[in-house]
Design a protein. Structure first.
Length: 229
């Protein structure tokens, strides 16, 4: 199950959100070695966990523990690529649109799962985001990802780089900024590659996902964008 959590329904998910932030720290900081400015020890909640953020959280069988997560933020407002990693988009102007969201904090807690479960869980977050974007009329997502993740992404989504690969010495990894199209074909590719069923991923058990306030909010913003001052 993948829960979609936003400002409108966060009160139903306080326990899950709390566990997600702890899981993000445990994996990203303690296992991967990320240096995330301004966060509390043991708790990854940064400047881009905002009221506009839409979270995607894959839960365990008890529906109490976060196994994987990702988040979407509007590119029309400050986000990681615009504020922290803007220099990684060297080839062109950073994409900004009501129909383009940034995908970040895609994290899977592999140590919490058997090897048999890891593959399906790893697929459910991007598949859930693809499914949500199709319903919400989000056409593209941008992201900064590991080069090996980028190599996997281009197998499923129509993806183009936004800049050159860049090596980060502090965590000994190479990253690249990119943009992917959210299409029905991309969702089918993910389902086929990871052997998800035609109705997977299953979204939101606590709130009907097709009535998601976050989805309606995004649709409204795309249909009626704010008038520039």
């Amino acid at each position: 199950m993948v829960e979609i959590v936003s400002r409108e329904n966060a009160s139903f998910y306080e326990d899950i959100l709390d566990d997600m932030h702890k899981m993000r720290y445990r994996v990203a900081v303690e296992q991967w070695g990320w240096n995330i400015p301004g966060i509390k020890p043991g708790y990854d909640k940064d400047d881009f966990d905002t009221d506009d953020t839409i979270y995607f959280i894959c839960l365990d069988a008890s529906e109490t523990k976060a196994l994987a997560c990702g988040r979407l933020n509007p590119t029309t407002k400050p986000h990681l690529l615009s504020e922290v990693f803007h220099e990684r988009c060297v080839s062109e102007r950073l994409p900004r649109s009501n129909s383009i969201y940034e995908f970040s904090r895609y994290i899977v807690d592999h140590r919490a799962m058997t090897k048999e479960d890891q593959q399906a869980v790893r697929a459910r977050i991007p598949a859930a985001i693809n499914k949500f974007c199709l319903e919400a009329n989000i056409t593209h997502v941008t992201f900064l990802g590991y080069m090996n993740s980028y190599a996997r992404t281009i197998k499923y989504w129509k993806t183009r780089p936004l800049g050159a690969p860049c090596y980060f010495e502090e965590d000994n990894a190479t990253y690249i900024a990119a943009q992917s199209a959210m299409t029905p074909e991309g969702l089918k590719n993910l389902r086929d590659a990871f052997r998800l069923t035609r109705d997977e991923p299953h979204l939101s058990s606590r709130v009907s996902w097709k009535d998601q306030p976050a989805m309606n909010r995004v649709k409204a913003a795309i249909t009626n964008p704010p008038i520039a001052a």
